[in-house]
Design a protein around this ligand. Structure first.
Ligand SMILES: [Zn+2]
Length: 351
């Protein structure tokens, strides 16, 4: 076991398929990392794995970011991709390891990481959308994570862009997640391929996924690029609503699918945002940029949050005077999974 300085913390990021962990310095630098498959659908195995991981760093504050709805006590109310409900994760891990454990939604902690040490350094008001299997979101307002009354703030993936539109895994219809997730990109392309006259290399792929579409777009396939552009337009519609409410200094696109769609999706999203911003003649839309930390955002953000909490506990007065993070984390957004849709929702102007 390596000895680390007292300001080092352990960050854990639990996604639907991968679990990552890292020892992180106070400046966000990653010193040690590991990754493994998430034991989805098996809460007991998940707890065992986490206890073993935390046990290797016995004196370190621990932060956990997890894909799901997390309440202020660190209980994961609903983590559909990981297959857990009402799991008091912070309490269980603290009891088992004897140290402080802070749990929050994964996209919220990613937003904190980008604001502290990533693409939004210097901005106090930041919105992050994460594009992966689903669409997540996190908000930093006035330098602190915005978690809401119950810890559930920041569910940008479920901003409705088309009332009555495509079904979303959350049970509603028309959420941005149903139009812009990796899952939705594949679905949209498959729907468009029904037209036999459209030339595209995607005809050579059985049931193309979102990753197939972005790869084809990057290789110059016009059809695939048009799909991504449409998705960018939908993103801009959702982002405009968020910006109209929160007025952030910067909006970031992160998550596993962000970098591959960004070249085509971001320009389309910027146009859609500018067209829908209230008072657009008298203001400038906030920059909409690619996030900087990639897959590390979750572990770094979770670790930074744990550090905030440790400082607050050690010195409440200084923490209140400085800008320590909100407390126990919580917030979230369910990323989703497979979305089935009925028909193309392309009847709305999204650009
Ligand atoms: Zn939804």
């Amino acid at each position: 076991m390596t000895q680390h300085p007292p300001d080092h913390t352990l960050g854990v990021d639990i996604g639907g398929t991968r679990m990552r962990a890292a020892v992180v310095a106070a400046d966000g630098a990653i010193l040690d990392r590991s990754a493994s498959a998430t034991p989805a659908g098996d809460p007991a195995a998940l707890l065992d794995r986490l206890e073993a991981l935390i046990g290797r760093h016995p004196d370190m504050p621990v932060g956990v970011g997890i894909a799901g709805l997390v309440d202020p006590d660190g209980t994961v109310r609903y983590g559909p991709n990981i297959g857990i409900r009402d799991l008091p994760l912070a309490t269980r891990l603290s009891a088992a390891t004897g140290g402080p454990v802070t749990v929050a939604n994964d996209a919220s902690v990613a937003a904190l990481a980008e604001q502290r040490v990533g693409a939004a350094v210097g901005a106090d008001d930041v919105v992050l959308l994460t594009l992966g299997t689903g669409v997540g979101g996190g908000v930093v307002a006035g330098g602190s994570l915005l978690l809401g009354a119950g810890g559930f703030a920041g569910e940008i993936g479920h901003v409705i862009v088309h009332e009555g539109g495509r079904p979303c895994p959350c049970g509603n219809r028309g959420c941005i997640e149903a139009y812009a997730s990796g899952t939705a990109i594949g679905l949209l392309a498959r729907e468009r391929l029904v037209d036999p006259d459209v030339p595209t290399t995607l005809r050579e792929v059985d049931d193309p996924t979102g990753a197939d579409v972005t790869a084809a777009a990057a290789a110059g396939d016009r059809f695939a690029a048009d799909v991504i552009e449409e998705v960018g337009g939908w993103l801009g519609v959702a982002i405009a609503s968020v910006v109209n409410v929160l007025d952030p200094q910067v909006v970031l696109l992160g998550g596993g699918a962000a970098a591959s769609v960004a070249p085509t999706a971001l320009p389309a999203a910027r146009r859609a945002l500018a067209a829908r911003l209230v008072g657009s003649a008298w203001r400038t839309p906030p920059p909409l940029e690619l996030a900087a930390l990639g897959d590390d955002a979750g572990v770094v953000g979770a670790a930074l949050l744990a550090g905030d909490r440790a400082r607050r506990v050690a010195d409440p007065a200084a923490a209140a005077g400085g800008r320590a993070e909100t407390d126990l984390p919580r917030s979230d957004r369910p990323r989703s999974d497979r979305s089935r849709s009925d028909r193309p929702g392309a009847d709305e102007d999204t650009r």
